[in-house]
Write a protein of this length. Structure first.
Length: 139
């Protein structure tokens, strides 16, 4: 059994955004030499997310609108968490909805994704560096 660990770093200039990381994950799998196994991809920050869906601009716009309706950023004083001096309670809630991690099969050295599936980093409190962990295990 082999394992391989790699990090990705992000510093998005906007508060909320999505980055397709599918090619980065594929490259890490190739570097690992693992042909059959699994890869865990998880956001290492509590205001960021990893999720799988379609890479379509309208859908990404809809996600941003939907998430903002569910957990609006403003007014910031609506959240008890923000009474600690933070202004990112909404980002914590958005991350909870979108998820922390994904686990994907590796088959014949490649991501075993369904049609249209892509892996995304979701940022909900940007403008600072954050990282994503990729951990592959297998043969």
């Amino acid at each position: 059994m082999k394992s391989h660990r790699k990090e990705l770093w992000f510093h998005l200039p906007e508060r909320v955004g999505f980055v397709n990381i599918t090619q980065d994950v594929s490259k890490a799998i190739s570097e690992s030499g693992i042909l059959e196994g699994i890869v865990l991809i998880n956001a290492m920050h509590i205001t960021a997310s990893i999720f799988i869906n379609d890479d379509e601009g309208g859908l990404h716009h809809d996600y941003k609108t939907w998430l903002e309706n569910l957990a609006p950023h403003s007014p910031t004083d609506q959240y008890w968490h923000n009474r600690t001096g933070e202004d990112n309670a909404d980002a914590h809630l958005k991350r909870q909805i979108m998820g922390r991690e994904v686990l994907v099969a590796i088959t014949n050295g490649k991501l075993d994704l369904g049609p249209w599936e892509q892996i995304f980093y979701g940022e909900f409190d940007g403008k600072r560096p954050k990282r994503v962990l990729m951990k592959m295990i297998g043969e």
